[in-house]
Design a protein around this ligand. Structure first.
Ligand SMILES: C[C@@]1(CC(=O)O)c2cc3[nH]c(cc4nc(cc5[nH]c(cc(n2)[C@H]1CCC(=O)O)[C@@](C)(CC(=O)O)[C@@H]5CCC(=O)O)C(CC(=O)O)=C4CCC(=O)O)c(CCC(=O)O)c3CC(=O)O
Ligand SMILES: NC(=O)C1=CN([C@@H]2O[C@H](COP(=O)(O)OP(=O)(O)OC[C@H]3O[C@@H](n4cnc5c(N)ncnc54)[C@H](O)[C@@H]3O)[C@@H](O)[C@H]2O)C=CC1
Length: 298
């Protein structure tokens, strides 16, 4: 049994997982072979990560979204080099930092995988897990927030279902809140520059307290004036954290960067129980009960 931790005080190691990391692909060259349904998802993820994509697939087999990105989308066009042909051999891997295949030809996929591994280029083959150095997962994207659900290859459809449940549970403005906190951290760094040491610890303690004191909804509303107030009255004085109310009173108005979208318990109830899925479910349930009732009472 793999239990390398000290059972007295430390949790055991849990082997068999993947290393989930946020791979920085900006301006890296990624070769994508195939242009169908699976490739369209891969392409979206790559463009979201600012990669430079070389796409090899015959035009006749391109998914509508891929067609759009390659020929119409003004931004995507600048990031994609499209080659209207089938895979041409090992030289297609020249200059690639990552290789993805999403073709309906397992033998060719396998051989592309071996070429990539011989060159130590990380590779993903959509339909052959043993030929993958990394797996894709089901993704949530809300501005700077990215969440990936992975089941370690055991249940891709379950990853999709779990991801959708998690999406429903996230407050609408979570991306805004993260954006604003990023701005506040940058402002704080301007006022208190330097790396590490006691100042670094103080900065981290203060930011931690801001994040714990303000709700996500409140953080999402942080506008420039509110940030200035927080830093003037909080950081610059006693490194204390003024509350949302204190900042609102100080500005004689609540911060107004974005509408307040975070769910309150009552709104959460409404959004959950009046959601289309729930209504369809309840509607169908009622219909079935009604028809059973009518059947039995005949
Ligand atoms: C190992 C992995 C390698 C990789 O692709 O990176 C892999 C492998 C395989 N998938 C297969 C089938 C399906 N895959 C999906 C969907 C997704 N598959 C994704 C990832 C992964 N799929 C990686 C592991 C992910 C994890 O750890 O959970 C997602 C999450 C991300 C993405 O692809 O972008 C995306 C959902 C995205 C979203 O909705 O957000 C569906 C459902 C659908 O299409 O609607 C089905 C049909 C139903 C089913 O089989 O469950 C088969 C064929 C099996 C066979 O022949 O029977 C294999 C090969 C095999 O398992 O041998
Ligand atoms: N996430 C996952 O891991 C999933 C994997 N799959 C598997 O992924 C593979 C691709 O699935 P789809 O995108 O749905 O297939 P698809 O049939 O929609 O697309 C295949 C694409 O590959 C291109 N292609 C075929 N041979 C090629 C070659 N020699 N060179 C360049 N391009 C070539 C076709 O023109 C087409 O664009 C299938 O084998 C499927 O079983 C399917 C569902 C989910």
């Amino acid at each position: 049994m793999a239990d390398s931790g000290d059972s007295q005080s430390f949790p055991p190691v849990t082997p068999g997982g993947s290393l989930i990391i946020a791979w920085q692909l900006r301006d890296k060259r990624v070769l994508l072979v195939g242009g169908g349904h699976v490739a369209s998802g891969r392409l979206s993820h790559l463009l979201d990560a600012d990669a430079l994509v070389t796409l090899i697939a015959p035009k006749s087999g391109l998914h509508p979204l891929v067609l759009h990105r390659v020929f119409e989308d003004a931004y995507a066009k600048t990031r994609i080099t499209y080659l209207d042909r089938t895979f041409g051999g090992e030289q297609d891997l020249d200059g690639a930092d990552m290789v993805l295949t999403a073709i309906d030809d397992v033998e060719l996929s396998r051989s592309i995988c071996h070429m990539a591994r011989a060159r130590k280029i990380p590779v993903n083959v959509a339909d052959v897990p043993p030929e993958c150095d990394f797996y894709f997962g089901s993704m949530i994207r809300r501005g700077p927030l990215q969440v990936m659900v992975s089941t370690g290859g055991k249940g891709p459809k379950l990853a999709n279902i779990i991801r959708r449940k998690m999406e429903d549970a996230l407050p609408d403005n979570v991306g805004e809140a993260i954006e604003r906190v990023g701005e506040l951290r940058a402002e704080l760094r301007k006022r208190a520059p330097g790396v590490g040491g006691r100042l670094g610890q103080k900065r981290m303690d203060w930011m931690t307290k801001v994040c714990e004191t303000w709700s996500l909804g409140e953080l999402g509303q942080l506008d420039e004036a509110a940030m200035e107030f927080l830093l003037d009255r909080g950081w610059d004085q006693k490194a204390r954290v003024p509350s949302f109310e204190e900042v609102s009173n100080g500005l004689s108005r609540p911060p107004t960067k974005s509408p307040r979208l975070e769910f309150h318990p009552a709104e959460r109830f409404v959004s959950r129980y009046l959601s289309p899925d729930f209504c369809v479910g309840v509607g169908l349930g009622l219909l079935v009960s009604l028809s059973l009732y009518m059947h039995r009472s005949r």
